[in-house]
Design a protein around this ligand. Sequence first.
Ligand code: ADP
Length: 694
Amino acid sequence: MTVKKTFPKILWLIVSSSIFFIILYFALFYYTKKAEKEVYKDSVEHFDNEIHKLLDLESKPVLVAINNDSNWDEFVNFIASKDKVWFDQTIGNELEIYDAEYLGAYDAQKNFIIRTPTPRIKTLDFIPKKAMDLLDKEGIKKFYLKIPEGIVEVTGAAIHPSDDPLKNKTKTSGYFFVVRLMDKEFFENLQHITNSKIEFLGSNVVIKEEKNKIATAFQLKDSNGKVIGQLLFQRNFEIYFENTINLLYIIIVTFFISLLVNLIYTRRLVYYPLDLIRRVLETGNKKAIKLLKESNGEFSYIGNLFEENNNQKLELITAKIKAEESDRLKSSFLANLSHEIRTPMNAINGFTDLIINTNINETEKLEYLNVIEKSGKNLVSIIDDLIEMSKIDSNQISPNYTVVNLESCVSELYETIKVTIPKKSIEFILIKSSMPAEFNIITDDIKLKQVIINLLTNAIKFTDVGMVTFGYEIDEKNEQIHFTVRDTGLGIDEQEHQNIFDRFKRVDSDVSIKVGGLGLGLAISKAYVELLGGSISLESKVGKGSTFYFSIPLKYAKVDNIMVRPVNNLEVTKSDSKLILIAEDDNINFLLFQKMMQHKNYEIIRAINGREAVEICLGNPNIDLVLMDIKMPIMTGFEAIEQIQPMRPNLPIIAQTAYSSSEDKAKIEEAGFTDYITKPLDRERLFELLTKYL
Ligand code: ADP
């Protein structure tokens, strides 16, 4: 769509600029022609004026001279005397002044008297009487005549005495005529004066316009005003519209230059990007996309679209690979899960069957029960991991910050884990911090412990011989606590490092298969560390061992110096018939409590729901401790404690719950329970709690 838009834009530009130039050209052309015509017309008018003025000017001396002579008393006398000698000696000498061929005189009766003798005009008397009649009225007149020698210019005047120059007091004494033959010499002279070419034309000839010439005609009229011929004056006419012509040239040149520029731009703006688009479509060339993005206008948007499309393609491919990987992981997880669950279940079923159906001695029975107990614990831990992971997935986990004594926390963990290591070949060391935490810190200790336990369990699992060490360092400058868990065990291939923290990810090896696991430990650890605002990483080489590093933010609680607290050795002491209320709706669970405590000399009473528990507590002041199930009919453990606590604020109430997440623990603490114990029941934990609170 964008391409379509750009292309006509360019075309439109070319067409419109071409039209503009063409219109400009024709407008100027039309203007030039019009101006040329006007100038021509003006020039002809001027020429006509000029010729008439020049002719007037040329005849002025003749008129002045003839006016003088015709108002001369001696001439008046001559008409009367007809003294030929006087005429020859005076008027006859004036031929040169008049530049004429003939000077003649007539008496008052219009009879010819005399004329100067000249070889070029032989005819003696040729002035018509009518012309003389006109002179009586007008005094002086110029006209043309055709005589046998050719056409002549005649200037005539009526003769009067000098005291009557206006020729109105006296009658005309006679007539004087100056005649010039319009021969070659006459024309040459006239041509010279008027600076034009002169031609003689007949009276009826129409003057034609000639190219590059201007012309005007001077009509030769006889005394009656009749045209007897025409003089055609012609002059060269060249007008130069230099600027206009230059402008036209500039327009043409500009037009071609703009056409060229347009073509170049069209190539650059249209054909080049179109070629880039073709390259992208054909080969997906990345450089072409980059160039397209850098190109002008809408093509850059196409470039962006191509890039977006490419990115989306890459994302899709990555997503596809991830989906395939996760699909593969899930299938292997299911197979693994099935194996992980079946193994302990198999043990539980098998050994239970053996205990029930075979005659075995007490030692064997204890051995079998140990296996069953261990398998049960395994199953619970698998279920815990699965539940935790699904909570992480659904964003149901949030950190539950408390004040923690880091030194105690770490040494407790060390002691707890140390006793669980069966392998004698492993040296388990807690590295003393060069800079231990000076004060209590604020963090979620349950999650922190879980991460350390996960990493240590793995380290112990994947190390046959050598060392497993762990410890922490305080980085006050960066406000971080850096933890390190190092082993000299199996190690992890570098290729696996990138996705070892992915859920269900396990390294395919004989050892992995042998030791088992769902591939959730590291994923949960990573999620926890990130939840606490930290990060986790590893360094590992196959055969050399692995080191897991993780850091969490360092936040001191308050400025109290802390003491390292020794780990309590659990000691189950006998009670002197302490009265314990067990609020439990499930019969089997209650039976388990009963059996666990039967040798301990506790007095036990039971409430089968929350309401009963409240009634018993409030009605029996001898109750020393309550083991309260959270999930009960009629009234839950949370509701029950709400009613008991205000009345019996010092009564220890221990919650028993099937859930073990940190959220549940926080909820329990918030409700005011003194402590909690998770199901399935752990005997040791139960007696630890009883000893602690009774
Ligand atoms: P699992 O429950 O299977 O141990 P984890 O997420 O804790 O799941 O670990 C994933 C995989 O990472 C393990 O199966 C094992 O192959 C590898 N791994 C983890 N820790 C170590 C270690 N310290 N040494 C060698 N391999 C390890």
